[in-house]
Design a protein around this ligand. Structure first.
Ligand code: FAD
Length: 577
């Protein structure tokens, strides 16, 4: 026994030293970019061909792509750099970084009106800096609704994967759950693949084999340093429009503030006018919020906040959706290395993954006491292990939808968001199906050697119900009815989307309908989330729409060079437009 404990202690020391060593190593190796600066160094007024609001999951690949044409690109990111403290983005620090509440945290917490805690990214690289890291490509039907051809998507995914994605280490817990999924019939075994197909598979991860996170910000390595500028702690307050009688409002610039509270304005260059544009990539919360703050949204609520209406567009902020997370936490009997999600079981609309070894009490909005006083936890503590495995699921869709509305004119305040989880009966049916599969996996032979024999499924359900993972009421039948369990213990899978939906707010080229020179490219445009996790597809979208914009700019240039008689003053002609 004594030997066992000293071995455990030694392996913990080894893991800590090794992790730290790699953390330091990565800090040295992390990409260094000459074009990333604090916004305090920005001029008061500047001019660019493309202004991208939000250096996140979509914004970074988009900016890198646009900068390799003949255009000058500006990225304005409200957060700091993920490279300043690379320890914070190591795999073992995922939950502590996510729950950091300090003012410059990479994660900004919010609670939806459903009473469910949630997070938005506030850092260069966006959600890829704070997420679980699972990487998988979307199903073809998703590409169809996103208006991206399969061949273009394939190339763009490969471009992303080259810099950011890794084949995961075969972690013990992931493999145990993998075997469990196969045992309960989540078939076939699809080995390792990025494809979203029925069965059990291992997919990619943005953590390398040393546990260092790679992010969308790494894609800036593709950028042309001479044609791009990225400002950090640059909080965009609004987009400004030129509005001439009879013509559509035209986006012309953005107003942003630096960390010292100094105001700056960046304008689109008029001289070149070969399709210069502002692109909103501020995420599913930030993009509808900024459109509304800039006067594009439902007129009545904008008027009541004193915002001048540029375009009455009732669909901005509507049809917001979030994939609910359901699942069970299981204390296990032996010490095994921590892991993030790399294995997944896919059953048509059901999607199950797992992670282990984290302090999941930080998911609780109350004190962790109820979890610790639960029988499974006590049993684990008595056996000197409080290691926890979390098997969690989402489902395709969801069908339930809600809305986002401004609560103030301050861009730093979270808007009010309601997702209406489980309003649609079908969503509830999918959750129950997913929960039954998770319970079968927990009871499988493959997991039996990790499970405390005396712990019943009911006690595990009870532990979760008592964990205060949200601010919603608990019902006495939450451990006997899986429907009630789903409703009472609902969490977010953080795949929220909508608010600037394609076909409603933006057209199939991601241009904002009803105005000129403005696009939205990020998760806010999705009508539904991919069946898998979305980061791969959001990065792919940034790249492929970026290429589309670059091509159309080139076409406009060719048109300008060849199609006009020499007498025409091209500058004047396009300034007038
Ligand atoms: P973001 O990446 O959030 O980018 C928006 C950017 O805009 C941010 O950097 C933000 O700071 C900036 N911004 C916002 N407003 C302003 C403003 N006014 N001025 C300037 N900048 C602004 N997906 C997966 O595929 N796999 C996973 O394992 C996974 N796990 C997740 C776990 C968590 C905790 C979270 C939060 C998400 C997870 N996701 C996962 C989802 C995925 O990360 C997100 O869907 C995706 O990153 C969203 O991309 P986006 O470009 O729409 O927005």
């Amino acid at each position: 026994m004594g030997l066992m404990y000293s071995w455990k202690f030694l392996s913990l020391v080894f893991v800590a030293v090794f992790a730290n060593f790699n953390g330091l190593n990565y800090a040295e190796k992390a990409p260094k970019f000459s074009f990333i600066r604090e916004a305090t160094s920005a001029p008061e007024v500047s001019f660019y061909d493309y202004i991208i609001i939000g250096g996140g999951t979509a914004g970074c690949p988009l900016a890198a792509t646009l900068s390799t044409g003949d255009a000058k690109v500006l990225v304005l990111e409200r957060g700091g750099s993920p490279y300043t403290n690379t320890t914070k983005i190591r795999m073992e620090n995922f939950l502590s970084t996510l729950s950091d509440n300090s003012p410059d945290s990479f994660s900004q917490a919010f609670i939806s009106e459903d009473g469910v805690p949630n997070n938005r990214a506030r850092v260069l690289g966006g959600g890829t800096v704070i997420n679980v890291g699972f990487y998988g490509r979307a199903e073809p039907s998703f590409l169809k609704q996103a208006g991206v051809e399969e061949a273009a998507a394939k190339d763009a995914y490969a471009w992303v994967e080259k810099k950011v994605v890794h084949k995961p280490v075969a972690f013990e817990w992931q493999w145990a759950v993998r075997r469990g999924l196969l045992e309960v019939g989540v078939l076939p075994d699809n080995g390792f693949t990025y494809a979203h197909i029925n069965g059990t598979k291992t997919s990619g991860t943005i953590f390398d084999t040393n546990g260092n996170r790679h992010t969308a910000a790494d894609l800036l390595q593709y950028a042309n340093p001479k044609r791009i500028k990225v400002y950090l702690h640059a909080v965009v307050h609004k987009i400004t429009f030129a509005t001439k009688d009879g013509s559509r409002p035209k986006a012309e610039g953005v107003i942003f503030y630096d960390a010292n509270g100094r105001k700056h304005t960046a304008y689109l260059k008029k001289v070149s006018n070969r399709g210069s544009e502002i692109v909103l990539s501020a995420g599913a919360i930030g993009s509808p919020q900024l459109l509304m703050l800039s006067g594009i949204g439902p007129a009545a609520p904008l008027h009541s906040l004193g915002i001048k209406v540029v375009l009455d567009q009732p669909m901005v902020g509507q049809r917001m959706a979030d994939n609910p997370l359901y699942g069970l936490i299981m204390p296990y009997t032996k010490s095994i290395p921590l892991s993030t999600a790399t294995v997944v079981g896919i059953l048509d609309k059901i999607y199950i993954e797992t992670l282990n070894g984290y302090d999941f009490s930080s998911l609780s909005v109350g004190s962790a006491a109820p979890t610790q006083s639960s029988k499974p936890f006590q049993e684990a503590s008595a056996n000197s292990t409080t290691n926890l495995g979390f098997i969690l699921g989402k489902f395709k869709g969801p069908i339930s939808e809600g809305y986002l509305e401004l609560q103030s004119t301050n861009v730093s305040d979270n808007p009010n968001v309601r997702f209406n989880y489980y309003q649609a009966e079908e969503d509830l049916r999918r959750c129950v199906h997913g929960m039954k599969t998770i319970i079968n996996v927990l009871n499988s032979e493959s997991l039996s050697r990790y499970r405390f024999r005396n712990t019943t499924t009911r006690e595990l359900l009870e532990m979760m119900v008592n964990m205060q993972v949200n601010l919603r009421p608990r019902h006495p039948n939450a451990t006997t009815s899986l429907e009630q369990y789903c409703i009472d213990t609902v969490m977010t899978f953080w795949h929220y989307h909508g608010g600037c939906r394609i076909g409603k707010v933006v057209d199939r080229d991601y241009k904002v309908i009803g105005v000129e020179s403005l696009r939205v490219i990020d998760a806010s445009t999705f009508a539904f989330s991919p069946g898998t996790n979305p980061q791969a597809t959001i990065m792919m979208l940034g790249r492929s729409i970026g290429l589309r914009i670059r091509r159309s700019r080139r076409r406009r240039s060719n048109f300008l060079s060849y199609n006009f008689p020499l007498k025409v003053d091209k500058k004047k002609l396009f300034q007038a437009n």
